[in-house]
Design a protein around this ligand. Structure first.
Ligand SMILES: Cc1cc2nc3c(=O)[nH]c(=O)nc-3n(C[C@H](O)[C@H](O)[C@H](O)COP(=O)(O)O)c2cc1C
Length: 395
């Protein structure tokens, strides 16, 4: 695939951060692809890995679905032969089920690293006490993390935790949860520096990442939220002292961000500035990978459709062409629509960069009645929590 790179002045040549150590795994470029349900499937991870280094986490699976062996769930935790470490993310609300799910992943050698998701802000999940509002119940949080670590330990599989700052600004949980996770034996903690109430709105509060880094002293702290460019990533490291960065929406339609990040973390100033021809080649490659992943060309193309607007952001592509691409059903059609574009366009600069993907506005979190009254779990909440896992689909 052709790559257009633009050399910028005087690279310092100094590594920005040392490699990231996640248990036994050394991640040379201390960058993680954030788990994103519906996005970070094997096809997208391959595309990102073809562009740069890092830790690439699969889409989340629920612990129950894993324990019950749902076929779609088992497909989500499949990896390329050369994917290393193979990172799976598990969401669960019950310590025994999470422990069983992690044991399945570790014992059957399905994954080399397990990340636990405590970041989901979706009302149907928080309403039952799951996702980003779960760490409020501190004993339950500790029990889930401990169950996961203990299930993984005999197999040498490291467990990490990904969380938000808390429920809202008056109910922050991340510092305490970071310490609890560290004591439970996790290999790293990652913070999406928003509360559940923030949802995906506004700007992430990187000062919270700095505070977590000051608090959690014995395991790496990863920062997450609003990294749209390699420069943002370097700035996050400078401002917070974090040991690695987690990149979510910023790589949607820009898998070459991983090349930029690798260059930046190695102290190089070169950045990928793709013309439309390069973007079109990447879309087609993504399409091929999707067809392979789903073992069904039509399904693969349907899943690819949502990526089109992200890929084309900033390029002069008319409405009809965009609509045709967003309705593509076969690889042949995809090739035809891409070839029909005015491919000789250069990189449009800032118009192709910046925020993309899910945003929205702050929302008062829906919580189980009485959830905030106590930091301990009672029997009513336990029943409601079981339902929280049934309604989750991403975070
Ligand atoms: C479509 C979508 C799906 C997501 N799914 C998950 C998920 O399954 N697990 C998780 O921990 N976070 C999930 N997230 C949150 C991201 O991992 C990340 O924490 C968040 O987007 C903030 O990072 P960013 O500003 O770089 O996008 C999701 C985000 C989006 C936009």
């Amino acid at each position: 695939m052709s790559t257009t790179t633009e050399k910028q002045p005087a690279p310092s040549g100094t590594r920005v951060l040392p490699p990231l150590q996640i248990g036994p795994h050394t991640i040379e470029t201390p960058v993680e692809l954030a788990p994103m349900a519906g996005v970070t499937n094997r096809a997208f991870r391959t595309l990102c890995r073809e562009n740069g280094g890092g830790l690439f986490v699969a889409e989340m699976v629920t612990s129950r679905a894993l324990v019950e062996g749902h076929p779609e769930t088992l497909r989500i935790v499949t990896f390329d032969e050369d994917e290393s470490p193979r990172s799976a993310q598990v969401y669960g609300v019950d310590p025994a089920t999470v422990g069983a799910a992690v044991r399945i992943l570790a014992e059957r050698e399905l994954a080399d690293h397990v990340d636990l998701n405590f970041g989901c802000p979706v009302p149907k999940v928080t309403r039952k006490g799951g996702g980003a509002v779960l760490p409020w119940k501190r004993d339950l949080f500790a029990s889930i993390v401990t169950a996961a670590v203990e299930a993984a330990r005999p197999f040498g599989v490291p467990v990490t935790v990904k969380m938000r700052k808390g429920i809202d600004d008056d109910h922050l949980t991340y510092l305490e949860a970071g310490l609890v996770a560290q004591d439970a034996g996790v290999a790293a903690v990652a913070l999406h520096a928003r509360t559940a109430a923030d949802y995906y709105s506004g700007t992430a509060d990187w000062s919270a990442i700095a505070r977590l880094k000051e608090t959690v002293r014995h395991v790496p702290v990863l920062g997450n939220g609003d990294i749209w460019s390699a420069e943002d990533a370097v700035r996050m490291v400078d401002e917070t002292g974090c040991d690695g960065v987690v990149v979510g929406r910023g790589c949607q339609g820009r898998p070459w961000l991983f090349a930029d990040l690798q260059a930046a973390f190695e102290g190089r100033a070169d950045r990928v500035t793709p013309g439309l021809r390069h973007v079109a080649e990447t879309i087609y490659r993504h399409g091929e990978l999707m067809a392979g992943y789903f073992e069904d060309e039509g399904k693969g193309m349907r899943d690819l459709r949502k990526h089109m607007a992200w890929y084309l952001k900033g390029y002069a592509v008319g409405g009809d062409a965009r609509r045709a691409l967003a309705m593509v059903s076969t690889l042949e059609e995809l090739r035809g629509h891409l070839d029909a574009l005015d491919l000789d366009q250069p990189y449009p600069g800032a118009d192709a960069e910046g925020p993309r993907g899910r945003a929205g506005s702050p929302k008062k979190p829906h919580l189980p009645y009485g959830w905030l009254d106590s930091r301990d779990l009672d029997a009513d909440f336990e029943a409601s929590l079981r339902e929280a896992e049934l309604s989750v689909s991403g975070g």
